[in-house]
Design a binder for this molecule. Structure first.
Ligand code: PLP
Length: 383
């Protein structure tokens, strides 16, 4: 029998590089190796590619090119946004932020003389307005709430939260790493001052991302050195990766409606199989406001980690939670924050479908989960 090709269903961890992005990058990995800062004609194509990529990215999120700063990815963009506000006052964030925000905030605590407040969320993972109102004061310089959560897929009401923060004179940052390229993102409509994104989450290369910073927002410089990125983030630009990122983002935005429709079909098919055969299974996150193709599933009485390994043996890649937490078996802070009972939290897996998945693959994954739950022996049942 022919081996089934590996099924990749962990698109929140990273995504396949789009062939179109690879093609666009190739010249800058070979003949067009000029430094975009150089003044001679050989570097002209690199300089132009950089400017074009900045314009494409700006257009995709409704910004101006001067508001886009290239970084090494989501982690750097988050760190810059948070640490870049240290001189201006306190920074607060939601309890379900990625470690790139939470740990940057912990670093700021040292300067803030006491831990920054973490905003609580409800059972769907929606940030509490009350919690934000209680935390806001004239001493708060920045509020950071993610646009979409990487573990449970919930999309936050960013516009309303940003308006509230602005009422108190605080700037607003959103970690949009899981959202950009997957749902419409327009910085004006969201009303945000800063926004983080990462190319490898939308079929671009790894190690490249960007930070949107609205004009006149008082963000501190991040890296000292040369005058790259308007003197805000020094270092010779990774032209090939930047070109790949812009190509992948343009492609993701162009095909977004089509992909979203396919992902809804696949998700519905998955839910139908699981709810019919495992009625005790729980789908986490907000049922309405959620990322397309994002499934966080909790099955009481099983180990999510064991299921992940069983699926791996069957040629399927899924995650037990956030990829960055995949080496840790403790219950994630996000599942704790939504107050998921321990029995369910232990039996949680995350399946994140993407543009290259098919309905057939999704049926296969669901069937294998059902088989596992049916055949699981008493010895595997958690106390
Ligand atoms: N923020 C969120 C919500 C993420 O999901 C991730 C990666 O998983 C990051 C930030 C970090 O992005 P990067 O891997 O580009 O550093």
């Amino acid at each position: 029998m022919k081996n089934r090709p590996y099924i990749y269903a962990d698109n929140a961890a990273t995504t396949k590089l789009a062939p179109e992005a690879v093609e666009a990058m190739m010249p800058f990995l070979s003949d067009e190796y000029g430094n975009p800062s150089s003044l001679y004609s050989f570097s002209r194509s690199a300089k132009k590619a950089l400017a074009d990529a900045r314009s494409v990215i700006a257009e995709c999120i409704g910004a101006s090119p001067e508001e886009i700063f290239f970084t090494s990815g989501g982690t750097e963009s988050d760190n810059w946004a948070i640490k870049g506000f240290i001189p201006h006052g306190k920074v607060i964030a939601s309890r379900i932020e990625h470690h790139a925000v939470i740990n940057a905030l912990a670093y700021c605590d040292h300067f803030q003389r006491g831990p920054g407040k973490l905003l609580s969320v409800d059972k769907r993972g929606i940030v509490s307005f009350k919690s934000l109102e209680n935390a806001l004061s004239p001493r708060v310089a920045l509020v950071s709430v993610m646009l979409a959560n990487n573990e449970i897929g919930t999309i936050e009401p960013i516009r309303e939260l940003a308006e509230k923060a602005h009422e108190y004179g605080a700037a607003f940052h959103t970690d949009a790493v899981q959202a950009v390229g997957h749902i419409p993102v327009n910085v004006g409509a969201l009303g945000v001052d800063l926004l983080s994104a990462s190319a490898h989450k939308f079929h671009g290369p790894k190690g490249i991302g960007f930070l949107y910073c609205k004009k006149k927002v008082a963000l501190e410089r991040f890296l000292d050195g040369g005058q790259q990125e308007a003197g805000m983030r020094a270092g010779t630009e990774n032209v090939a990766a930047i070109v790949g990122m812009a190509t992948a983002l343009r492609l993701s935005c162009d095909r977004m409606n089509k992909v979203t429709a396919r992902l809804s079909e696949m998700t519905a098919c998955f839910r139908k199989i699981i709810t019919a055969d495992i009625p005790e299974a729980v789908f986490n996150g907000d049922p309405e406001h959620r990322l397309p193709g994002h499934i966080s599933l909790s099955i009481p009485g099983i180990s999510g980690e064991a299921l992940m390994h069983v699926l791996d043996l069957k040629g399927i890649a899924v995650s037990t939670g956030a990829a960055c937490d995949s080496r840790s078996t403790k219950i994630s802070d996000v599942l704790k924050a939504i107050r998921l009972p321990v029995k369910l939290a232990k039996g949680t897996i995350r399946i994140t479908l993407g543009a290259y998945n098919t309905v057939d693959q999704v049926k296969y994954i669901a069937d294998k989960i059902v088989d596992y739950c049916k055949t699981i022996g008493e010895s595997n049942v958690l106390p």
